[in-house]
Design a protein. Structure first.
Length: 394
């Protein structure tokens, strides 16, 4: 059996909304449907009935994104009911996992045309009540927020593994000697690069605003941020710590989607591809050091692609925390840091969990298309100790 080449024809995303912000009034299934519909509308030569599958990442799935949000997006977007949809969950890597799974189906001939993406509304993530072990308990019952992090934790899990995500970032800062000043400088650069990219129109061909919401640009970018302002913020997880709200990614809402095809599917779209998928990898690491998960995943993906850091022209690394990102960079001494997140990262743009991986893959594809050639990587750390990476080329 021959392995087919897999091309990214197009990639879109919503502007990323802040927690309780402009997109908080929009259901996650509607956000997902919006980017699916946008992809179809931007490829008028494609008969939607030819789409073999829609794969979406979604990290929480406890609210309006329940019941297979990918299938709901298909129906809400007005695609033919014959188009199936499946939802996958690899926490923060869910959106990239969706791209990898859809690409694998195309490569193996199980699909010719597929849509892959991700969605998350952290604003609308509900509180959940655990079902009592017996009927009508006399005492009070606890509600759990499904927005972020551990909940209903199995008591058999070692306490070392179930620490707060920000405490993990503190451990990585200690491990690599990453100061508060370096973290704040990294965060400031993220905002500056994102603001400059928007100012130059670099996101104009990628971002599709939600029609009923007044939000044209990523909502968390702080154009006027400064080292002085960041330095005034108190540590969030330790009294004497270095991780703050300013050098961490925020809570967000958003969706992203990509159109993947083989050679036959490419002819059906009548379009030139943005990039080709070359290789991917997923790895595991100690849960309390989850932020370093991308280190091995990127190295494995590059090895599969027969590429090295010296071959890269762009690199999108999800900025869960500045400490986590700087920790990864410390373990990749061969990587030129100027290639990383040239249009800003998640500290500025935002991190809507299930959507972020699809956003990063789409951003790499658009950057390679703008450059005309090159090799790029998209990578994310994943809670509970995993890393995921994708290599693209043009």
């Amino acid at each position: 059996m021959s392995i087919r080449d897999v091309y990214i024809v197009d990639a879109v995303r919503t502007p990323i909304g802040k927690f309780g912000g402009a997109l908080s009034s929009v259901r996650p299934d509607d956000l997902a449907a919006h980017v699916v519909r946008a992809l179809v509308d931007r490829t008028p030569e494609l008969d939607p009935a030819r789409i073999d599958d829609v794969v979406f990442g979604d990290a929480n799935g406890a609210g309006e994104d329940n019941r297979d949000v990918a299938r709901m997006a298909v129906l809400l977007a007005g695609l033919p009911v014959t188009v199936p949809g499946v939802t996958v969950n690899r926490l923060c890597g869910s959106g990239l996992e969706a791209v990898i799974q859809a690409a694998r189906a195309v490569a193996l001939g199980d699909a010719s045309i597929a849509i892959a993406g991700g969605v998350e509304s952290m604003s609308r993530a509900p509180w959940v009540l655990q079902k009592p072990e017996r009927a009508f308990p006399a005492g009070h019952q606890q509600l759990y927020s499904t927005t972020l992090g551990w909940r209903m934790t199995n008591p058999r899990m070692p306490a070392e593994w179930t620490i707060q995500l920000g405490e993990s970032a503190e451990l990585i800062a200690e491990k690599h000697g990453i100061t508060r000043e370096r973290q704040d400088a990294f965060a400031l650069a993220s905002h500056q690069k994102a603001a400059q990219a928007w100012g130059k129109g670099l996101y104009d061909g990628e971002v599709v605003a939600y029609e009923s919401v007044e939000l044209e640009r990523d909502e968390c970018i702080r154009d006027a941020s400064s080292i002085q302002a960041l330095a005034k913020l108190k540590p969030s997880f330790r009294k004497d710590g270095t991780v703050t709200a300013g050098n961490s990614s925020p809570l967000n809402d958003g969706a992203a989607a990509l159109l993947l095809v083989d050679e036959e599917g490419l002819r059906a779209t009548g379009r030139e591809p943005l990039a080709r998928i070359r290789a991917s990898a997923v790895t595991g690491i100690e849960p309390h050091l989850f932020g370093l998960g991308p280190v091995e995943a990127v190295q494995r993906a590059l090895a599969k692609a027969d590429r090295s850091f010296a071959d890269l022209t762009t690199f999108e690394l999800n900025e869960a925390f500045a400490a986590q990102s700087l920790g990864c960079l410390a373990e990749w001494p061969e990587l030129d840091p100027s290639l990383v997140n040239p249009r800003g990262g998640a500290i500025a743009i935002g991190h809507p969990l299930g959507a972020s991986g699809a956003r990063l893959a789409g951003s790499v594809a658009h950057q390679l298309a703008a450059a005309g050639s090159g090799t790029g990587v998209a990578a994310l750390c994943i809670g509970v100790g995993q890393g995921i990476a994708l290599v693209l080329e043009r």
